[in-house]
Design a binder for this molecule. Structure first.
Ligand code: NAP
Ligand code: NAG
Ligand code: NAG
Length: 316
């Protein structure tokens, strides 16, 4: 038994490298033609039903406007009913024929089941499920006053996407629909003072990569990795070490010099990519260089992060 592993250690890597060299040109041609086709014939969103969680502000709000411009029916979910209604009015004005507003908390499984049922009862179907609701944290792991504080972050970011997905599956299979998940660059990149946030996003990415295989070819899945996008979250709405979510103005000072993409531009790029049926979107696109660095020279990434983190620690 030991011998077979020794043999595989020796033989598998060169075979894999050869196979990659052989496959890469063919795969590139396939991906390029496939992209051109999807680019030329994107999904028509007119009268399709789109459910968006976390639609009361930031990215979710602007995704609602983009879908509205394309004539889709909308169901908007978040906890703040008042702000949701304002977003709904604007979306209706931009061209959505009917907007349903449902105040709900995505970290509560019963409420998720209820809003999926309500949406399907109201519109008769569901075409796109956009799991966007999320909170962030800026706190070194050891600073947390109670380790259980982090559970609510997982409840919203991870379970808050998994629950609606579970209840929507049968409807999405019927409509041959799409799932759009808001992950983050932090899901595959080191994010300073954001270990739990990054973990929640990494878990989402891995979950939906697996689910994509189970649901193919009926339901397709798009995973979004936003870089820094202007929203309440990046204005400093963060979970503190005491486990409360509130505004911390220091975040903007810390991120001084980092270019933020506008939420409108971001949402436009995302909806275009979803209608083309892209599997992944990293927006702004240049964040992909970090992915490359992380794979090719993880040490350099780690050292750079360590240097920045040491500086952060000495100034705070
Ligand atoms: N902005 C960025 O640079 C960036 C980067 C990477 C990833 N992301 C991801 O993008 C997503 C949206 O972030 P954003 O920047 O647009 O932040 P945001 O402006 O704070 O929006 C978050 C949205 O989620 C909703 N939400 C929070 N907790 C909820 C709950 N328990 N149940 C239902 N809705 C809830 C909020 O509405 P209520 O408070 O009314 O419930 C709000 O509409 C998040 O998943 C985030 O991780 C953002
Ligand atoms: C994804 O979630 C983050 C917060 O974690 C939020 O800032 C961003 O707007 C969301 N993106 C989309 C496309 O909903
Ligand atoms: C941490 O918080 C939980 C409630 O969220 C509480 O039950 C527990 O006793 C706390 N633990 C400590 C060590 O303070």
């Amino acid at each position: 038994m030991e011998r077979i592993h020794k043999l595989l250690n020796l033989v598998l890597p060169p075979i894999t490298v050869l196979a990659i060299c052989f496959m890469l040109p063919l795969l590139s041609i396939f991906k390029f033609t496939n992209f051109i086709l999807r680019y030329l014939f994107p999904e028509n969103m007119k009268r399709k039903v789109v459910l968006i969680t976390g639609a009361s502000s930031g990215i979710g709000e602007h995704l609602a406007y983009e879908y509205a411009k394309k004539g889709a029916y909308l169901a908007l979910i978040a906890r703040r009913a008042e702000t949701l209604r304002e977003v709904a009015d604007k979306a209706a004005h931009l061209g959505s024929p009917d907007v349903l507003v449902i105040p709900a908390d995505v970290s509560k499984v019963d409420q998720c089941k209820q809003f999926i049922d309500d949406v399907v009862n109201h519109f008769g179907k569901l075409d796109h499920l956009v799991c966007n609701a999320g909170i962030s944290v800026l706190c070194a792991f050891e600073e947390a006053t109670n380790v259980t504080n982090f559970r609510q972050l997982m409840d919203i970011n991870f379970w808050g996407s998994i629950y609606p997905t579970y209840f929507a599956l049968s409807h999405l299979k019927k409509s041959r629909g799409k799932i759009v998940v808001n992950a983050s660059v932090a899901g595959w990149m080191i994010s300073l003072k954001g270990a739990i946030y990054g973990a929640s996003k990494a878990a989402l990415i891995h979950f939906y990569d697996n689910l994509r295989v189970e649901l193919a070819p009926k339901v397709s899945i798009t995973i979004i990795s936003p870089g820094f996008v202007d929203s309440e979250l990046t204005q400093g709405k963060l979970m503190t070490k005491q486990g409360e979510v509130r505004f911390d103005r220091r975040l903007r000072e810390m991120l001084h010099g980092i270019p933020f993409e506008s939420t409108g531009e971001f949402a436009k790029a995302v909806v275009a990519a979803v209608c083309r049926g892209d599997k992944y979107i990293t927006e702004p696109w240049w964040y992909n260089v970090f992915y490359l660095l992380r794979i090719i020279c993880p040490e350099v990434v780690e050292w750079s992060c360590y240097l920045i983190y040491s500086k952060m620690r000495s100034t705070s």
